[in-house]
Design a protein around this ligand. Structure first.
Ligand code: SF4
Length: 479
């Protein structure tokens, strides 16, 4: 599984925004490793530097020096819509009659093709096949006739899907979160300005203070002089559709998302995992790194009930091996798992082991891991997963796998247990996830674990009363 992107936007009082943007992109590197970019505005013109590769490789000191201006936006990307090449790297920046625009997008529109076709018929020429450019063109068109806030609202009424955006119109930086709040976005205060970011860890990196999450359907406009910000609730929605996998897997444990510290959520999910399906064993091992908080919560809940189960590190991760999803073939993925994890025999040999992971996607890692532990002398290997089974793909910006590749796509828990050769296997329930996030099931996106989505997606079921916007309505330029 792979998060699509991370976005950031900064307005400062009296210094260039390039370096703070660069540092915050470092903090969001886990959200995208394919490309990184920054666009700034110095009050007269836009400056842009966008490169393929990691943040540390994409910028040198001269690049940062050339990005003048106290206002700017940034982006790290891993593609799920659009090609894997430089033309889709972001921020997307362009000059229109209505001024210059820069746009960073985390999420995925489900009606980008329809809007793109309509705009192409009206004469708009696209340079990429990504949905971000569609948003930029639609917004630019609306800006010809509307003020900034109305233009954003008009675009929000046309686009359908998940999006957290940081936008720069001339030197004004904006943040927008989709009406369902599917992807995260928060606002923070710096000593001399304000910052918008996908995760609060980016604000911490700049020694800033998290103010709050941007609300679903809300627009935040930073003052270009770095002295404040205005907010506009542009779309009201009764239900939200927060992606629960942000807490389970994607976000950094030190980030606070929708008022929940991710680390604490993972520990609580681990506690619930013990309550729902705890199994007596000698030792509980996290699958590094994201299984760690789950495993410590699981072991703590077990010990609270008088169990002798011990929490231990039994698997060492080689941090210098590429993440498994970068490997394009099954064969390469299998080898990568073996390169990536090595067991510590003394904590495993002759013991009944429970391993805790955050998810099972294709099952490749789990199968390899169980074999690894048995080879290291484990008497028994039980598997506990801190999320419900993934039965369907994600259309909202997460690179997961196709339905056919998902091990839980057409198999029961018992069948999966047999296939990965575990001694027992249990997943956490959806209700436990909702309870931990202190929300109702109706306010979460559960598409990948129920097969019913909070958006109107062609060929898929929905779990609510949603309809795509009528994008055939003429935009202001046609009025
Ligand atoms: S389908 Fe799953 S991964 Fe995708 S947004 Fe919904 S909860 Fe998140």
């Amino acid at each position: 599984m792979h998060e699509k992107c991370g976005v950031v936007g900064i307005s400062l009082q009296d210094r260039d925004a390039a370096r703070p943007l660069y540092y915050s992109l470092y903090a969001l590197q886990h959200r995208g490793q394919e490309s990184a970019g920054i666009v700034t505005h110095d009050g007269f013109q836009q400056h842009s530097h966008v490169e393929m590769g990691l943040v540390g490789d994409a910028f040198d000191p001269d690049d940062l020096e050339s990005l003048n201006g106290a206002n700017g936006i940034g982006h790290v990307r891993y593609p799920t819509a659009g090609s894997v090449n430089a033309c889709c790297a972001q921020p997307f920046s362009v000059s229109f009659k209505s001024g210059s625009l820069g746009l960073s997008h985390n999420g995925n529109l489900v009606n980008a093709d329809e809007i793109g076709d309509e705009l192409a018929d009206l004469g708009h020429a696209f340079t990429s096949d990504g949905d971000t450019e569609v948003i930029a063109h639609d917004l630019a068109r609306n800006l010809l006739e509307e003020d900034l806030v109305r233009a954003v609202k008009r675009t929000m009424n046309r686009i359908h899907g998940s999006y957290s955006l940081t936008i720069m119109h001339d030197e004004t930086v904006l943040g927008v979160r989709d009406p369902e709040g599917n992807r995260p976005l928060c606002i923070g205060e710096l000593e001399d300005g304000y910052v918008l970011a996908s995760e609060s860890a980016a604000i911490d990196t700049l020694d800033g203070e998290l103010i709050r999450d941007v609300k679903p359907g809300e627009l935040v406009v930073l003052h270009p002089d770095g002295t404040g910000y205005d907010t506009y609730q542009l779309v009201e929605n009764e239900e939200t559709a927060h992606c629960f996998f942000e807490h389970v897997y994607f976000a950094r444990p030190d980030s606070t998302i929708d008022e929940n510290l991710v680390y604490e959520v993972r520990r609580e999910l681990g506690r619930k995992l013990w309550e729902e399906s705890g199994v007596e064993s000698d030792v509980v091992l996290p699958v590094p790194d994201s299984g760690r908080a789950f495993a410590s919560g699981y072991a703590e809940a077990a010990q609270d009930e008088g169990s002798d189960i011990e929490f231990a590190e039994g698997l060492m991760k080689n941090r210098y091996v590429g993440r498994t999803f970068i490997m394009p073939t099954q064969d390469e993925r299998e080898r990568a798992v073996r390169l990536k994890l090595n067991p510590i025999k003394s904590t495993i040999e002759g013991k009944k082991v429970t391993i805790i992971d955050d998810s099972i996607v294709r099952g490749t890692t789990s199968t390899q891991l169980i074999q690894l532990l048995k080879d290291a002398g484990a008497e028994e290997v039980n598997v506990r997963i801190g999320a419900p089974p993934i039965v369907a793909p994600c259309y909202m910006g997460i690179d997961m796998a196709s339905r056919e590749e998902l091990i839980a796509g057409d198999q029961s828990v018992e069948e999966i247990c047999e296939e990965i050769e575990a001694d027992s296997l249990s997943y956490l329930s959806i209700d436990a996830v909702a309870e931990t996030l202190d929300t109702s099931r109706a306010d979460l996106c559960l598409g990948c674990v129920t097969g019913k989505y909070p958006y109107d997606i062609e060929g898929e079921a929905t779990d609510r009363d949603v309809a795509r916007p009528d994008i055939g309505a003429p935009s202001p330029a046609d009025d």
